[in-house]
Design a protein around this ligand. Sequence first.
Ligand code: NAG
Ligand code: NAG
Length: 407
Amino acid sequence: MRQPLEHLLLPAICLAMLLSSDAAGCTDAASSEEKPAACGTDAAADEDAAGGGGQTCSQRERESCPRPDIDPSGYLIFCLCMGRFGNKVDHFLGGLAWAKRVNRTLVLPPWLSAEGSAPYETLFSVDAVRRYHRVITADDFMRQVAPLVWPPEKRVGMCYVRNHGDDCKMVHGQPFGSFWRALGIEFVREIPYTFTYHATDAFNATFPPSRYPILALKGAPASYPVNAGHRDLQRHLVWSDEMAAEGRAHVLRLFGGHRFVGVHLRNNYDWERACAGVHRYTNYMSSSQCLGDRPPVGAVTAEMCLPSPAEVVRATRRAAIAADAKFVYVASDRDPMLAALREGLADLSAQVVHLDRKVAPVRTEVDLVVLAMADHFVGNCVSSFTAFVKRERDVRGKPSSFFGIDE
Ligand SMILES: *[C@@H]1O[C@H](CO)[C@@H](O)[C@H](O)[C@H]1NC(C)=O
Ligand SMILES: *[C@@H]1O[C@H](CO)[C@@H](O)[C@H](O)[C@H]1NC(C)=O
């Protein structure tokens, strides 16, 4: 599919470089450090054009026209917009697996939270996820790739709709609007489709990379909770150096090298509502992490979903004794139950600590780093925040248990 060069903004020599294959001598590792200015047209993904060059590139030309490697198999970008951090990670892992399946480079989405939008790489290592599949940061994508293959007038968004005739409303409502806006993306057109993300052949047939180099999906092509087969992808989510250092600093300051148990108490008001009537379910949210994929009806209990203070003390005591821990670290979205835990663990001379965000601002994700480092972890089986910790500990061979389950 040859596309007209209607967006030609550059000297012909730049264009020739962009369209020529690497064999023409235009690859230049040194220039990849720089953030190039918009240097071309939408034609870079046109496979017919490749190899038509044979130009040689002078040093000056290389400097003025650094050539990003455009992936001829295309790119995938999706709004990581559902739920809180734990749910988003479930979607991210599935989306990562899907990107590999459809063989498109994944644009690493920013992490949206109540605290704002954080680039992917502020939380996690890009190199680590790249060991699994081709990825690009959203920033590099917008600066280096989008100007070449996805100029503003070509920005089409795609979405799943239940019924023919429904609209995508790509940027309708929150957080969809702010996600795309934060990246500087506006859509000129939206294409709804009615097949699910499982139908990868339909995607390929409807949106071939030659015509749609960028697949911009309204939602993650993934399930929540994460498909059990994708849990192991957690090993490619490695904390960024900054996050790891911050977690280590807290651990050193709080526990001074002593053994500690990590505890996650998910008990905010939304969760109280979510746990009402929980006994009617077989699996609920992330509960397959402790119940497996086919538990009997009634396997999810109220104590698993919203453990009582007595259950929190029981399970934490047990873990502290088994781990011979001097400290208990509590992460909670509302009530860390410090008084009950201190009283219940008084005879063990184990100190109970908690990072109080009202005292010092700390990112919520720091709790995840610290909990992953604990000698033992007790979590909430229904929670995706716990599920993150459990997966990370599993891939590192560290023990975890759950409230409401007397293993
Ligand atoms: C996947 O994409 C890469 C990069 O574009 C390409 O080199 C490779 O041939 C593709 N693999 C398949 C099976 O299409
Ligand atoms: C997509 O379809 C084309 C033919 O239409 C085929 O050559 C290619 O291998 C398919 N790619 C994937 C990832 O299935």
